[in-house]
Write a protein that binds this ligand. Structure first.
Ligand code: 5AD
Ligand code: SF4
Length: 469
């Protein structure tokens, strides 16, 4: 049975009504600051929060001390992210003491967990309200009630497994790079991961809505559009009988305009040959694939509930490289999952050498309350985890350097993002294959796609010169 989780238009109209009421209630000239932790999905959510705040009359500010409204959008994927958000929230106490009218709100994955909500309620009395991920669209209503009554409130979820709000205002952080969520939630319950508990079940947006959003972005001159979902490869399974992620990509490639499409994240169990064929056939799709491996050991993969083997993963990689020899591959690796033996870890190391990724994101396993892995016996000692993490990086660094040097002499398409942080005379950007590229050029190029000939590659970046057409 296919389920449509799109909220009725009246539900969203009601929130627009609250946006109007907040605007009328507030004096003019108020400012809002949105602070984001975690992944791109959170970045995208924050752009909606900022969009709603703007609609309610707030000017968006980067300076937290100027703000009349602070929204902290939290992450729960590892303990470190939670502790950082809590520590920063603690620092906002003095702002509230200085400005009694300041409203402080928290949302996102961390506060979508009951124990964290209670933690905020009891230990952070200057936080005015909290809303979980499935409540995002009710932000105007909650804020209005807060302004009216000055009572604290704590909303965990919308009373179902998740919904899809269409038509919310959005305030995009960039004029040339855009996030487009194509689905929300996750059904996979990997045993280490908290996401399915805090973001609800998988639910796909209607393809027409996605095409409409991407068409508008392309017309506005956006050069890079990243499609987001916890597992984009299962896009559409909840909504359509015969339309999948590869079909969506094909349709998006038909949209006119000079832009690159990226997508994340993929799950190896659902990534299809059909998807790889569509990528190979379309210049609009960046030749970069992020395919989280997590572990190179079949035994660990099974305990992680990942539903693929090392061999199945390698089959995908071989097919990708056969169809797109220069595709850039990146991955996520978890080090020190409960019960990971030296042998298991060496299986992960050998995968790095076998696949030769262009980039890896490695994480030390972090216990997440409520997940199966958190209560597994044989938790790995911190020093062992740390040592394995260092060994993993050393292996990957050697590969990175070698790969970056191999770019020397090649011409790469680069989206110019701004000036280099370390050298203001240089422009910097990301290549189609996701490498950081530095080169000299005019400020006017920021936000455009250019060709750069690579002269030198080091561990972290490529250095080149602009190719004049
Ligand atoms: N500990 C460490 N890393 C984790 N990830 C998810 N959950 C955990 C955890 N409990 C990593 C996975 C995932 C990435 C987004 O974060 O590698 O792909
Ligand atoms: Fe977490 Fe696994 Fe879902 Fe990714 S696929 S969000 S790792 S449960």
């Amino acid at each position: 049975m296919k389920l449509d989780r799109t909220l009725p238009k009246e539900t969203i109209d009601r929130q627009y009504d609250y946006m109007r009421r907040v605007k009328e209630w507030n004096p003019d000239g108020l400012k809002a600051h949105v602070l984001t932790f975690g992944c791109q999905q959170n970045e995208a959510d924050s752009e909606r929060i900022a969009g709603m705040a703007k609609e309610m009359g707030y000017e968006i500010t980067d300076t937290v001390a100027d703000a009349d409204l602070i929204v902290i959008n939290t992450c729960a994927v590892r303990e470190h992210a939670e502790l950082k958000a809590l520590s920063i929230t603690g620092q906002f106490k003095h702002l509230k003491e200085k400005k009694r009218s300041l409203v402080i709100a928290m949302c996102g994955c961390m506060v979508s967990q009951e124990h964290r909500r209670d933690n905020i309620k009891n230990s952070y009395p200057y936080v005015d309200f909290v809303f979980g991920t499935t409540r995002l669209y009710t932000f105007p209503e909650i804020l209005f009630n807060c302004l009216l009554t000055r009572k604290r409130s704590f909303y965990l979820d919308a009373g179902d497994e998740g919904n899809i709000p269409e038509g919310l205002p959005v305030h995009r952080a960039s004029k040339f790079k855009a996030w487009v969520s194509i689905m929300y939630g996750c059904n996979n319950f990997c045993t280490y991961c908290v996401v399915p508990f805090v973001r609800g079940r998988e639910r796909s947006r209607h393809k027409e809505e996605i095409v409409k959003e991407v068409t508008a972005l392309a017309a506005e001159g956006y050069r890079e559009i990243t499609l987001l979902g916890q597992n984009v490869n299962s896009y559409g399974k909840d909504l359509y009988d015969d339309y999948d992620f590869a079909d969506l990509l094909s349709d998006l490639c038909k949209i006119e305009g000079e832009f690159l499409i990226r997508f994340m994240t993929s799950h190896p169990k659902d990534a299809s040959f059909k998807l790889i064929d569509v990528m190979a056939a379309n210049d609009k799709i960046a030749k970069a694939f992020h395919l989280p491996l997590q572990s190179g050991s079949d035994r660990v993969l099974s305990v992680m509930n990942r539903h693929y083997t090392r061999e199945r993963y390698l089959t995908l990689v071989r097919y990708m490289r056969e169809k797109m020899p220069d595709i850039a591959l990146s991955t996520d690796i978890i080090v020190g999952f409960p019960g990971e033996t030296e042998e298991d870890f060496e299986d992960t190391l050998s995968m790095l050498s076998e696949v030769r990724y262009d980039n890896i994101y490695s994480f030390i396993y972090s216990k997440r309350k409520g997940t199966k892995a958190a209560v597994m016996e044989e938790q790995i000692d911190d020093t062992v985890k740390g040592a394995r993490f260092e060994r993993l990086l050393a292996v990957q660094n050697a590969i990175n350097l070698d790969k970056n040097q191999k770019y020397e002499g090649k011409v790469e398409t680069v989206l110019v993002e701004g000036y280099s942080k370390t050298d203001k005379s240089r422009l910097t950007g990301r290549s189609e294959r996701n490498r950081l590229v530095h080169f000299e050029g005019d400020e006017a190029l920021i936000g455009s796609l250019v060709k750069v000939k690579i002269l030198r590659g080091d561990l972290h970046a490529l250095y080149g010169e602009l190719v004049k057409n």
